[in-house]
Design a protein around this ligand. Structure first.
Ligand SMILES: Cc1cc2nc3c(=O)[nH]c(=O)nc-3n(C[C@H](O)[C@H](O)[C@H](O)COP(=O)(O)OP(=O)(O)OC[C@H]3O[C@@H](n4cnc5c(N)ncnc54)[C@H](O)[C@@H]3O)c2cc1C
Length: 577
């Protein structure tokens, strides 16, 4: 059995995990930075191509409190205001630190350029031209991680469970992806930095390792999650033709810079019609730069498809044919060449787009030290819930990864400095037992079941929900859970995909059930949670819901911290996990 010992164990090496490692090491802690993928190359951070919000005031005078006001407005009354304030107040320091580390923020007349993204009251989003923000951020952090001698990087290590002794986190139990061998990691403090859950959905912008592992790890360790019902869908995710090498949500910056006209399958514009029906929106502009809010654009595209007016691949067309080639190249330079390699010429034909699961507002419930309800267990980045409430503002997610990562790394190091190692064999015994067991005969295909679960989540727990669909989804999740059984399936081969799929599905079922239960309980429409049977925001629902695992059952509750009303429209029930 391989065993490691460290002060701080960080699970996940995206933007949040790497920043946490750098800060924990700076505070004097020994650090293990573990990732199921390559260090700094898995997850969302390296895939992101666009904007990072921070009130640095380089483009236009700004103050972090203006950024906070916009964040709270977007969150529709459900933000944990202390976390939102940390996000906005620390953002300029992290962005300027990254600038000093030569990340390469785009500049104009000598100052850092800031783009005006929807929902912000002024230009506030820094970026690295051309659509290179995530790779540049990851590369910069990887360099700093590599230069810190007290950070030990371990890739291909999938954390299966957090080890808990006497109710306190004391490390983790993992498998080495190549050999399938179990690995023990003893740590004085553990940080979950595993990113989001969007791989739960059939159409998603995620990589294979973003299926909500961190939420399942936290639940099984005894830590509650918050706001699980709030999954953000991005309306114009790339749908067709095939596109390799670019972020599927890249069409947003194209629209910011150049306009871009949404057309249905009959080549007719439709945004204005939905804007007029909705009444909340000011109506469209005819210069091609009209942008509906994300929720309304998602609704409009889905309703056009439902009415039989979708594009051939089942979405809408997005056309840039009105933009001259020279202008396209001036705005997006080498990206135009990558599009050409994919056979896409925007001057000749529109591409097809459709809503895509993109980000999760919910996550591990933490305090302002980023510690969960389980002592010595911290979380940061997209794995944390609360800062963005019911909807996230563009550009806040990478900021959240950097800011919360730095904070959590410091807090974990401070805790480790006062703690001693608590890991005992009993802390990993149940997980080791699970990893040793095997289903005697392979009765199901975990990869196929993952596909089935993704379909259920997309069709029944997607951007628009109803009681009937959510009830059906819970029944489907029960069925899928029964099909995977309680003992792992495995092929025994190196990089055992069957075993990894089984472990992933074990987490995905738990997390999918958390999202669905929270969505079924919330009898209103707010931010990214839209109930077709309960349209409109209901002030009685201005409280957050938490989910936790008690004696093997998921329990849903109204979060005490933010509850502003004694009314709960539906009894909050204990449901089997
Ligand atoms: C395509 C795309 C584009 C985006 N564009 C933007 C944008 O322009 N602006 C913006 O603000 N936000 C954007 N976002 C969102 C933003 O990128 C993410 O919210 C943010 O990067 C999350 O950072 P993170 O460090 O929390 O998680 P991630 O970067 O996702 O990293 C999580 C890491 O945890 C690892 N991991 C997961 N489970 C385990 C396990 N069990 N054991 C070990 N390791 C594990 C993964 O391999 C991964 O490396 C985008 C997201 C996507 C997917």
């Amino acid at each position: 059995m391989i065993k490691f010992e460290t002060d701080v164990l960080i699970v996940g090496a995206g933007g949040a995990g790497m920043y946490a490692a750098i800060e924990a090491a700076k505070s004097g802690a020994s650090v293990i930075l573990a990732d199921r993928s390559l260090i700094g190359r898995g997850g969302a951070t390296v895939m992101a191509m666009m904007t990072v919000a921070a009130a640095i005031g380089a483009q236009t005078p700004d103050h972090w409190e203006r950024h906070l006001a916009d964040t709270l407005t977007a969150g529709h009354g459900l933000c944990n205001e202390s976390l939102s304030a940390i996000l906005c107040e620390d953002a300029p320091a992290r962005i300027l630190e990254m600038d000093a580390w030569k990340v390469g923020w785009a500049r104009e007349d000598g100052h850092i350029e800031q783009a005006h993204a929807p929902g912000h009251d002024r230009p506030r989003c820094v970026y690295v031209d051309f659509l290179n923000t995530g790779p540049a951020v990851s590369k910069t952090l990887r360099r700093h991680v590599q230069n810190a001698s007290t950070i030990r990087r371990i890739g291909d290590l999938c954390i299966v469970d957090i080890a808990v002794e006497d109710g306190v986190a004391c490390g983790a139990t993992a498998i080495h992806m190549e050999t399938g061998e179990p690995v023990i990691l003893a740590a004085k403090a553990v940080v979950i930095a595993t990113g989001g859950l969007t791989r739960l959905y059939r159409r998603n912008s995620a990589s294979l390792n973003m299926a909500g592992d961190g939420y399942a790890l936290a639940l099984r360790a005894g830590a509650p999650l918050i706001d699980m019902e709030f999954v953000q869908f991005f309306p114009i995710g790339h749908l067709a033709p095939r596109l390799v090498g670019l972020d599927p949500i890249m069409w947003d910056p194209f629209r910011y810079k150049l306009g871009g006209i949404l057309l249905n399958g009959q080549m007719r514009e439709f945004e204005q019609r939905y804007a007029a029906e909705d009444g909340r929106h000011e109506g469209g502009r005819n210069d091609g730069t009209y942008v509906l809010t994300r929720d309304l654009a998602t609704y409009a595209i889905m309703k056009e498809v439902e009415a039989g007016r979708g594009s051939p691949a089942g979405g809408a067309y997005l056309s840039f044919k009105h933009v001259p080639e020279a202008e396209l190249r001036r705005a997006f330079g080498p990206v135009i060449d990558t599009l050409a390699k994919n056979g896409i010429d925007l001057t000749q034909r529109p591409i097809e787009v459709a809503p895509i699961a993109h980000y999760h507002m919910g996550g591990v419930k933490v305090d302002t030290q980023f510690e969960s309800a389980v002592p010595n267990l911290f979380a940061c980045g997209e794995a944390v819930g609360g800062a963005n409430g019911a909807n996230r503002l563009s550009g806040n997610a990478i900021t959240e990864a950097l800011v919360f990562g730095a904070r959590a790394g410091r807090s974990a190091a401070a805790t480790a400095a006062k703690a001693s190692h608590r890991w005992r064999p009993s802390a990993s015994a149940a997980t080791l037992d699970l990893l040793r067991r095997r289903t005697p005969s392979v009765t199901a295909n975990p990869a196929a079941l993952i596909g089935e679960l993704q379909g259920v989540m997309m069709d029944k727990v997607g951007p628009f929900r109803t009681q009937t669909q959510l009830d059906e989804a819970l029944a489907d999740i029960d069925r899928i859970e029964r099909a995977i059984g309680t003992d792992p399936m495995a092929s025994g081969a190196p990089f055992d995909a069957v075993l990894v799929d089984w472990l992933d599905l074990r987490n995905m079922v738990l997390v999918a059930r958390s999202v669905t239960l929270a969505a079924r309980a919330r009898l209103e429409s707010r931010g990214s949670h839209q109930r077709e049977d309960f349209p409109g925001l209901d002030p009685r629902w201005q409280f957050n819901q938490t989910v936790e695992l008690r004696d093997g059952r998921l329990a849903l509750a109204a979060d005490a911290r933010l509850e502003r009303s004694s009314h709960a429209a539906q009894p909050l029930a204990d449901i089997p996990a």
